[in-house]
Design a protein around this ligand. Sequence first.
Ligand SMILES: Cc1cc2nc3c(=O)[nH]c(=O)nc-3n(C[C@H](O)[C@H](O)[C@H](O)COP(=O)(O)O)c2cc1C
Ligand SMILES: *[C@@H]1O[C@H](CO)[C@@H](O)[C@H](O)[C@H]1NC(C)=O
Length: 320
Amino acid sequence: MHLPATEKALDEVLSKAVPFTTFITFLLVAFGGLELAKRRYPELINPSRLIETFKDDEDDRMPDFRWSPWAGAQRRLPAILKASDHLNDGKHHLLLAATGSVATIKIPNIITALSNHPNLSIRLLLSESAVNFLKAQSPEQPALSQIAKMKNVDGIYLDQDEWRKPWIRGDSILHIELRRWADLMVIAPLSANSLAKVVQGFSDNLINSVVRAWDATGMIDQARPGVPLPYVEGKKKGIMVAPAMNTAMWHHPVTAEHMKRLSDDWSISNGGWFEVLSPIQKELACGDTGSGAMHDWKLVVAAIEDRLQLGRGQEKAGLE
Ligand SMILES: Cc1cc2nc3c(=O)[nH]c(=O)nc-3n(C[C@H](O)[C@H](O)[C@H](O)COP(=O)(O)O)c2cc1C
Ligand SMILES: *[C@@H]1O[C@H](CO)[C@@H](O)[C@H](O)[C@H]1NC(C)=O
């Protein structure tokens, strides 16, 4: 049987088009797969992009994280926390939190400086605003995936982690487990907004829920055997805060009202549970000069080492 001419022509076109489209589909699938793999496992594709190098700069021991377009993509979810699983781990438990101030970029420095303490466990909490400062946008602002790999960091928690799994009876509640787990909570920096929420009792995010659920009496959470708590002769937990804000915000009258609560009414020295690391005077990131900048991060580190009785690392002795 003879094929009509048009059918023949169509047959010819199809015989070329089919392998051509198969080839294009193959390319699309291959590139798509590679792109997904890059996002999921950046270190496999290009190890040098994610390597954290630590430059030894005498002035500011800044971890130098290489900028990477993929680094921000993934945060490995922390395991479900049960404080009772960590009672006898022989470690001091630091709950380190940061809220939406530019001083959040000092978090990597603080963690690096604490990395020479072998018996320290750090869990990091970030407010939704604070996360914006740690997206690998500059060498001093690593992504959370990079911070998660730093020494002593055993978990990074964001607001959405409270609701990771629909709650049923018997499940743990993250903000309560974090409070039970912590020996010391440090909020550095504490933003004006979070300061206001702390003193007014708001608990609308993970950090404020931990603060609101804190054992103000010191009777609920006991010291673990062999691990002294930071305050009242090793018997009481506490929350250390380092406020950081624009000079105008700091001098606003409402700040003094809020600060009176933390550094007076509820302070450790008055039988409470807060310790304040006061802001310092300097030129702020916004260009204004004056008070309101976060307490020097190295002094924040020293205060943590002192309260947790970590001893000063040998490496750091050279820094003085
Ligand atoms: C770039 C940038 C820098 C900021 N720096 C500060 C700051 O140093 N202190 C502060 O109190 N608020 C600062 N803010 C405003 C807070 O991020 C904002 O009030 C936010 O709602 C705080 O939320 P949080 O307390 O839940 O983290 C800054 C905002 C931006 C966009
Ligand atoms: C952790 O190490 C420091 C310094 O060596 C020590 O003083 C402290 O007692 C240790 N803490 C625990 C819980 O083992």
